[in-house]
Design a binder for this molecule. Structure first.
Ligand SMILES: [Zn+2]
Length: 150
């Protein structure tokens, strides 16, 4: 994504997107991926040169100039709420009454949140899904899907 600090914030569209190092995936969500103990570690595979040795990274993907500082602060408030009220509680026995645990027909377990503010959850997850789509678009821009031959 080729953006600069002169571009408008992707959320409010009213301020300049001067914020740098915005996490695409919230930090608390990456702890399980990068590890909670010892040095955090993941690998970046260059899709243009897949045979090249992967680069080691210690943080989740970041982008520059997608948000203004105010919107970055706004997301931080939402992220903190979701981290504290959902992420840290969903598998904690102490908060089991805050969730209703289910399995779908494919035997996949999930939890229904009973005490999480749904407005805050929607404000957090919908833009987050948009961020992931932006990230995937930038990662996949060099891929061309071929039509399947029968
Ligand atoms: Zn903004």
């Amino acid at each position: 994504m080729n953006r600069s600090s002169n571009d408008n914030c992707l959320l409010c569209q009213g301020e300049e997107a001067t914020q740098t190092n915005s996490h695409i995936v919230p930090k608390f969500m990456c702890k399980g991926i990068l590890g909670n103990q010892g040095p955090r570690k993941a690998f970046i595979i260059n899709i243009d040169i897949p045979e090249k040795k992967p680069t080691v990274c210690q943080d989740s993907p970041k982008e520059n100039y997608i948000l203004c500082p105010s919107c970055e602060d706004y997301f931080q408030v939402l992220e903190t709420y979701i981290s504290e009220h959902l992420h840290k509680r969903v598998l904690n026995e102490k908060y089991k009454d805050d969730f209703y645990y289910l399995k779908n027909s494919a035997d996949i377990s999930f939890a229904e949140c009973l005490n999480t503010n749904s407005l805050v959850a929607n404000l957090f997850f919908y833009p987050f899904i948009g961020d992931v789509v932006l990230l995937l678009n930038s990662l996949l821009e060099n891929f061309i899907l071929q039509k399947k031959n029968n």
